[in-house]
Design a protein around this ligand. Structure first.
Ligand code: BGC
Length: 741
């Protein structure tokens, strides 16, 4: 039961569901009714939200209004106690509610009640291709935000993974706008069903870390509309997200946080976004431009002195107040911002007698984290059924690699979480194997540099073991998976390529597990190793999930949400030499050809394609029919086909639907993902899968018409197990051109 648009009207339903489930009870809140006065309209839950917003706005002084549009600490805006407006607490982040800092410094607060469930990274969520898990993820984040008394949570990130070396790619869902949109929508719904506002970020063009504070991103209108904006558009139109964070860079010369075109025209104008736009931390650079360009709340500007008074120097603080007083900026501009700030508060029941209290660090949340980790891991190679391992046939297992024991929860900047524990890969393997086999561990390399003894010891351990498991990859060090810096190349650091080569030379039964956000270059050893599993940063239960996959208790079902190139120069941003920009500007020369669209168009063989992932079982696709209409909500067409588990294990398959337009009037990518479904099947089980295709699925954005055009003509509908493994196709004729917004 979701209740996003008008939460007050749904309150009885929420009450029924939540109390009926017996999981949590509602928390009574203080009501700020001045003594001897009638209850003001804004506290009357029977009134429509807009009437309550306007009533409260009408009672606020100019100074009180100004206080709502800028931060008063690292993660809050000021209270107005007289009217019962509480201090509004904001926090990161995408992978779990961040530990408390400050309030006036970045140092941890030292609180003991700010532990949270550490969830798998968003790049792992992307690889599940499971929209219900995205909702469950968001629900955990929402519940924990409430339990930690947060009002706005700075998640999810739906920026497109344009280059594989982007330092934050592990925080991103993937390279495809449709996949990001589907997962982002359900994540937001999950968060917001808990009386918390989600803040989708970073709008738009935050596609690399290099130069992000000032760089000017430029792209054609079609590219903006078809690749970079759709996940945000879906967040607004479908998930009714209450907050949007402007990105650090500029788009077409204007800073994103107050980019008149992006915010005033598209987001608030065309899409009708009623909520607030906040800046990224330090992403505001002027008063007038910010105020008029659509920024509603200025956050996180780096202040000289670390105390509360410094926040009055914000661009949307004293200087904005002066501009209003002197009529330099109209009061209506401020009022609009305050309304946008108040709406999410009403939607989150901040002014109501009861508000969902959430729950923190529960066994259910940890189970969700584990389930997501299990569904996210991608089996990339499995020659001769090297996996799963059968523990009863093993006497010794050599676990190798620093990532087998390294803790990653702390992350960096906003992506870290203070977790109560972290099950590492080694913990998970040891616990699952128990006393049934001898598990040894050797680091094999050190992030502090060359110690040849480490390599020798690891090689010796691998030589003696029945099987070697090398847990390789990246970590959150600078120039790896880290905010603020991109990677400098695609290779594994710390001599891991050589280490893997040496291990597999002495033990051909070597399984490589990758802990990383993005792709790494695999060429130096891929041909020699029989099995490779992408495990991501997989949250506090990640080690258990990994062990269960390695030993066959769970059948892997993740699929890549990004293309793995053989080398960096194969990927579009690098093939065309546009990265990292020239003289402060980066033009997205590859246009629509981001990710697999580029590899398809240029016929470049990737190491592993978008959408790829193996299973311990096999699936057969048959009987595709694409029929006009069908389903609910009036789709233009529906694709129906049968999926059968033809192997001997239960498993889940992501069936992917791509559209090809045979004769478009404007150039289009060879294929575009427009539907997918993840289906669990027992051995021998067959299911008919139905994927509806709405008008937008057929459409491209036509700048001349300023709209989405689904052109009459012939299309090919392809159903695949990956973007390169198309199993079925059928033609579809669209009789009439359809134009939409
Ligand atoms: C990041 C945001 C984050 C904010 C607050 C910024 O540097 O870009 O994603 O929410 O910091 O931590």
């Amino acid at each position: 039961m979701k209740c996003i648009v008008d939460i007050p009207r749904c309150l009885p339903i929420i009450l029924g569901v939540v109390l009926g489930a017996g999981t949590i009870s509602l928390k009574a809140q203080a009501q700020p009714v001045p003594a001897g006065e009638p209850t003001p309209l804004y506290l009357d839950t029977n009134q429509p939200m807009e009437a309550r917003v306007n009533d409260l706005l009408g009672r606020m002084t100019l100074e009180e209004k100004i206080a709502q549009v800028h931060a008063d600490s690292k993660f809050s805006t000021a209270a107005v106690p007289r009217l019962g407006i509480p201090r509004r607490w904001i926090d990161d982040g995408p992978h779990g509610v961040r530990e408390d800092v400050g309030p006036y410094s970045w140092n941890p607060s030292g609180h003991t009640d700010d532990y949270a469930t550490w969830m798998p990274a968003l790049s792992a969520l992307g690889s599940t291709w499971n929209v219900d898990l995205a909702a469950a993820f968001g629900d955990v984040i929402g519940q924990e935000s409430r339990a930690r008394n947060k009002d706005i949570i700075l998640a999810p990130i739906v920026d497109i993974a344009r280059t594989p070396i982007c330092g934050r790619i592990y925080e991103y869902l993937g390279e495809d706008p449709y996949l990001n949109a589907r997962l982002g929508v359900r994540y937001i719904e999950g968060v917001q069903s808990n009386d918390v506002a989600a803040c989708v970020k970073h709008f738009a063009g935050n596609n690399q870390e290099e130069g992000r504070g000032t760089i000017n991103m430029d792209m054609d209108e079609r590219v903006l509309r078809e690749i970079y904006l759709p996940p945000f558009e879906a967040a607004v139109k479908e998930a009714h997200v209450w907050a949007v964070m402007g990105a650090y860079p500029k788009v077409r010369g204007e800073y994103c946080a107050y980019n008149n075109y992006l915010i005033n025209q598209v987001l608030k104008g065309e899409w009708g976004f009623p909520g607030l736009v906040m800046s990224d931390w330090g992403g505001t650079h002027s008063t007038r431009e910010a105020a008029l360009g659509g920024l509603d709340v200025e956050m996180g500007t780096l202040v000289g002195s670390e105390d509360q008074s410094a926040y009055t120097n914000f661009f949307l603080a004293a200087r904005f107040l002066d501009a209003i007083r002197t009529n330099g900026i109209l009061m209506s501009v401020l009022d609009d911002k305050v309304r946008r700030s108040l709406r999410p508060m009403f939607a989150s029941h901040i002014f109501d007698p009861v508000r969902l209290p959430g729950a923190l660090n529960t066994p259910e949340h940890r189970a969700t984290a584990q389930r997501i980790a299990e569904e996210s891991m991608v089996l990339l190679k499995n020659d001769n059924q090297a996996l799963p391992l059968n523990v009863s046939n093993l006497t010794s297992v050599a676990v190798i690699g620093e990532n087998a024991v390294r803790h990653n929860a702390a992350g960096f900047f906003g992506a870290g979480v203070k977790t109560m524990y972290e099950v590492t890969p080694l913990d998970g393997i040891e616990q699952l194997v128990g006393t049934r086999a001898n598990v040894t561990y050797s680091a094999g390399y050190s992030r502090f540099g060359g110690d040849s003894n480490l390599v020798e010891r690891a090689v010796a351990a691998a030589r003696q073991a029945d099987v070697a498991i090398v847990v390789a990859g990246l970590n959150h060090s600078r120039h790896q998976d880290d905010e603020g810096w991109d990677r400098t190349d695609l290779r594994l650091p710390y001599g891991q390529d050589e280490l893997i080569q040496k291990i597999v030379a002495v033990n051909p039964r070597t399984i490589v597990v990758l802990v990383s956000g993005p792709a790494v270059e695999l060429g130096p050893w891929l041909a020699q190793v029989p099995a490779l599993l992408q495990a991501h940063y997989s949250g506090m239960e990640g080690g258990h999930a990994l062990a269960r996959i390695l030993f066959g208790q769970v059948n892997p079902s993740g699929k890549l949400a990004v293309t793995y190139p053989k080398q960096l120069s194969d990927s579009p941003a690098h093939a065309l030499g546009t990265y990292p920009g020239t003289n402060g500007t980066l033009f997205y020369k590859e246009g629509l050809l981001v990710g697999y669209r580029w590899f398809d168009a240029k016929k470049i063989e990737p190491e592993f394609p978008f959408g790829f992932g193996l299973s311990y079982t096999t699936f057969e696709y048959s009987n595709l029919k694409v029929v006009p209409g069908g389903g609910t909500n009036g789709p233009v067409a529906t694709a129906e086909f049968d999926l059968t588990n033809t192997g001997s294990r239960a498993g889940a398959e992501v069936a992917e639907l791509y559209i090809h337009h045979n004769n478009p009037s404007l150039p289009r990518p060879v294929k575009e993902l427009k539907g997918f479904k993840k289906i669990s099947l027992n051995p021998g089980e067959k299911q008919t899968v139905s994927i509806p295709l709405n008008q937008r699925a057929f459409a491209f954005y036509d700048p001349a018409k300023a709209g989405w055009v689904a052109e009459a003509g012939d299309y090919k509908i392809e159903i695949g197990s990956s973007s390169k493994d198309i199993r079925l196709d059928d033609g579809f004729h669209l009789a009439q051109t359809l134009v939409g917004k």
